[in-house]
Design a protein around this ligand. Structure first.
Ligand code: BTN
Length: 266
């Protein structure tokens, strides 16, 4: 299947951008880089350089959350980073990664994956409990604004065999739709939704997305195990608050978490 995959091409991606996203002028496609997040973080970019998007066909040091690595073989998946400026405080950007996860879900629905998609706090996109996409947002403080690099890794046609590097249960679009995915179309649909969601978040904050988060929250009202540093906590998911903190109903009442990870169902 790998051989039949489309390589990323600017013109093909642009074909799928909506008219309102014509402002998205700067799109870079790299054959190979260490990490698209690092690539953007290493440029000395000025305020006017954004929005700027960078795709890579391959990453040699793709990074995930919590110091994990992100396996990034050539031309099989989508690895993209998106640079954006915010006139917000650092703590107000916590919810951004959840908004990005919602944008990814919406783009996947646009592509035709209508059922089975859920979100795992803070920003894993799951399909039938298997990880389909991950998001890594990193911020840099500039003189009087914050610059965010929004990284998205989406499994497109990676196959299950021969991949010992990934130690969690995962899936890819090809496995879901049982056909060869159109990478350029998926990339365009992703950019459309990312641009719209992030613009709306910039204006309104996380609050306006809470109902949508609830709709896709895979752990809402479910008993789960949570890892807080090295402590395991059992609780029932109660969604997120307006700052993006995870709410858990525990034996000691409702607790809020801004870091840590959901391990899975109890
Ligand atoms: C996670 O689920 O832990 C986040 C994974 C984020 C991976 C993407 S791929 C594009 C961008 N570049 C990176 O090095 N990481 C992000």
């Amino acid at each position: 299947m790998g051989n039949q995959m489309e390589l990323l091409e600017i013109n093909l991606i642009r074909k799928h951008l909506s008219a309102s996203n014509s402002k998205l002028e700067k799109i870079i496609i790299l054959e190979e880089t260490s990490s698209t997040n690092d690539y953007l973080l290493q440029q000395s970019l000025s305020f006017d350089d954004v929005p700027l998007v960078c795709f890579a066909e391959k990453q040699t040091a793709g990074r995930g959350r919590l110091g994990r690595s992100w396996y990034s073989p050539y031309a099989q998946n989508i690895y993209l980073s998106f640079l954006w400026n915010f006139n917000k405080k650092a703590n107000e950007l916590f919810g951004l990664s959840m908004v990005v996860a919602l944008a990814v879900v919406t783009a996947l629905k646009d592509y035709g994956i209508k059922i089975g998609l859920t979100l795992k706090w803070p920003n894993d996109v799951m399909w039938q409990n298997r990880k389909l996409a991950g998001i890594l947002v990193e911020t840099v403080s500039r003189a009087d604004y914050l610059q965010a690099v929004i990284g998205v890794g989406l499994n497109v046609s990676m196959e299950q065999r021969n991949i010992p590097e990934i130690n969690q249960s995962w899936t890819a679009i090809a496995e879901i739709i049982k056909a060869i995915p159109e990478r350029n179309k998926i990339a365009g649909l992703l950019l459309n939704q990312l641009f719209d969601y992030v613009t709306f978040f910039q204006e309104k904050g996380l609050e306006v997305f809470l109902a949508e988060w609830q709709r896709y929250d895979g752990y809402l009202n479910k008993e789960l195990i949570f890892m807080d540093n090295d402590k395991k906590i059992v609780g029932v998911g109660r969604g997120i608050d307006s700052t993006g903190a995870l709410l858990l109903a525990t034996a000691n009442g409702i607790r809020k978490f801004c870091s840590g990870a959901i391990l899975g169902d109890k």
